[in-house]
Design a protein around this ligand. Structure first.
Ligand code: ADP
Ligand code: MG
Length: 331
């Protein structure tokens, strides 16, 4: 049974970045206002995510690491909302516990003390008292120590860290009201303030040069349109001369969720017209709102690739939105 468990785990937990993604989502689901991520050796040796969310009462720690255990009633509806799949419902902690040494430590706000449970290669240990701040800390050590075939697929630690950084950055920008920080081998990579301001989050993540080169995007459908295919486009995009040589900094979110969609990327690039130098890409943090039923995430659940029912309308709205923002700034 444990072998089956490990094979299944290898399919959903690909690498440190996928673990980090699940843990951050749990922290956000728990209503955290602070999420601190720290990793060792790109996450291959250790991953720790600490939050100040609602916590897990001692008598629910065991359930939290069990198979199919979820405390989230909204999950099934989420599946139908199009965007919103968390990857593996009620499975993340269980799955990660099968392929690592996992410690789940928590103290609900107001509780006298905390408690922790450990899982090692799927083997669930005793619940023990633990001194800890309010909230939850998840530690994942030695990922894939018991699945050497999977471990071999991991890249150099610098590459694994890049992926972790991309994931944490994605959530930091999508949740400017949450203070998100990232540390690698004891050194801080970035820390957002969590003050609700997107530009301040961009400053923390990408630095001053980029933050100052960003202009506001604010697009709404025509008020006379009763059922618009796009409900809003907001965010920030960079001046055409503030670019990088990869598309990596073109972040798009649909209904609050980080996605990749070539339609969105192309629409942004089209908006710049001929203003971008060859093979240069702008920075963008764009939030697109569409009716939930109009977006399809089935293309590849892990890659967060989406397609739109009303793709031409979405493209047009995004292009308009970005063009408008650049024009407003004389760009
Ligand atoms: P899911 O998120 O799909 O419910 P997980 O395996 O990720 O499944 O988590 C299992 C359960 O553990 C959650 O439903 C939640 O009750 C609890 N949990 C996990 N992480 C946290 C956290 N950071 N704060 C509070 N509760 C958590
Ligand atoms: Mg989860």
């Amino acid at each position: 049974e444990r072998t089956v468990q490990r094979i299944a785990a290898g399919e959903v937990v690909e690498r440190p970045a996928s673990v980090v993604k699940e843990l951050i989502e749990n922290s956000l689901d728990a209503g955290a206002t602070r999420v601190a991520v720290s990793v060792e050796a790109g996450g291959t040796e250790g991953i720790r995510v600490r939050d100040d969310g609602v916590g897990i009462p001692e008598d629910q720690l065991e359930a939290a690491v069990a198979e199919h255990a979820t405390s989230k009633i909204g999950d099934i509806e989420d599946l139908d909302r199009g965007v919103g799949t968390l990857g593996f419902r009620g499975e993340a902690l269980y799955t990660v516990g099968a392929v690592s040494r996992l410690t789940l430590r928590s103290r609900p706000p107001g509780a006298d003390a905390g408690a922790e449970i450990t899982v090692e290669g799927g083997q669930v240990g005793e619940i023990r008292p633990a001194g800890c701040p309010e909230g939850t800390t998840v530690e994942v050590d030695d990922l894939f120590y018991n699945t050497p075939a999977r471990k071999k697929f991991l890249k150099r630690t610098a590459t694994e860290f890049d992926r972790v950084n991309t994931v944490v950055t994605g959530y930091a920008l999508a949740n400017p009201d949450v203070a998100v920080s990232l540390e690698h081998d004891g050194r801080e990579t970035f820390a957002t303030e969590g003050n609700g301001d997107l530009r301040s989050a961009v400053l923390a993540v990408y630095g001053r040069e980029v933050a100052e080169a960003m202009v506001d995007v604010e697009w709404e459908p025509n008020a006379s349109d009763a059922d618009p295919p796009v409900r809003g486009v907001t965010g920030l995009v960079s001046h055409p001369e503030t670019t990088r040589s990869t598309r990596e900094y073109l972040a798009t979110y649909v209904n609050g969720r980080y996605v990749t969609a070539s339609a969105l990327r192309e629409a942004v690039l089209d908006a710049y017209g001929g203003q971008l130098a060859p093979d240069r890409y702008p920075f963008a943090v764009l939030f697109v709102e569409v009716p939930p039923g109009d977006v399809d995430v089935n293309v590849h659940p892990r890659k967060l690739e989406v397609r739109f029912d009303e793709e031409p309308a979405v493209r047009e709205a995004v292009e308009d939105a970005v063009k408008g923002a650049l024009l407003d700034h004389g760009l």
